[in-house]
Design a protein around this ligand. Sequence first.
Ligand SMILES: C=C(O[C@@H]1C=C(C(=O)O)C=C[C@H]1O)C(=O)O
Length: 319
Amino acid sequence: MQSQNFMIVDDPLCLDRIRNILIRLEDTIIFSLIERAQFAHNPRIYQRGAFQEIRSLGFEGSWMEWFLREIESFHAKARRYSSPDETPFSRDLPEPVLPPLPFPNILYPNNINANPSILSFYTRYFVPRLTRRATLALARKKRANGIMGDEEFEDDGNYGSAATIDVEILQYISKRVHYGKFVSESKFQADPAAFIPHILNPNRTALEALITKPEVERKLLQRLHRKACTYAQDLTTEVEILTSSSPIDSPSTSSLLSTGPPLPHLSKDRKLDVDGVVELYEEYIIPLTKEVEVDYLLRRLDGLSKDEIDTLAARKKAH
Ligand SMILES: C=C(O[C@@H]1C=C(C(=O)O)C=C[C@H]1O)C(=O)O
């Protein structure tokens, strides 16, 4: 869980620092998706009311929502959600057992929470795609044992492992999307005059154009594809006897083989739907992050007097 240490960081709104947090979250999210992709879809754990065992505890949601609630409840007691970069999915969480840390006031007060969308998108659209390989492998195994039809595709019984990883992924995607608030505050403070007219006369299109950086997005998607391809490779340590037809046949490699440690053999089999990871960012995470950025900006002047707004508007654009 990549975070800024808001207690010691000198400039929490440094845009390069924020972007580096987002880049490190790419790795965290990809590795967590790889873990989830090892299990079948297990659709039952997303069906509300499907487990009598938790209904009898008075919880009406799904198995996975129960995990989410229980984990967030514990984290709330540990004051996780007093941190400005944490946004819970659950409502009415318990109070922290410790007093809140004296975090600096970095963000403008807001109640922006995109988590209902993240939860719905992840469970309804993304999990079935992410787990497609494991689900089909399970179905093949069940057919080999004479199980046909719906039962082929039901589940592999790893309800606890799947839900635990689901909660981690949801929290990482939530952190990533809500970092849009820090990005927006950073951009606003760098040039308030650019944003103020489109906040006073609300204009989502103009605000989105101001916060959108196409080159940053393009490089992100290229980097993400490279990472997903690399991390998803099933690297094995067996070193096959390299022949002249070897795909890594090069003098430098051959010399390394003769003296260095065994080279990993890059198998063709990948543990992750690489295109699915890129689509997750391009079609969902990035657009939702920008929606959060615009939502934050639209509230940025709430409660300020005309004089305060005029003072902001007069502030010279930061270099
Ligand atoms: C996060 C930023 O704002 C926007 C959103 C981005 C994203 O979600 O990856 C990337 C660039 C911008 O279009 C940024 O400028 O770094």
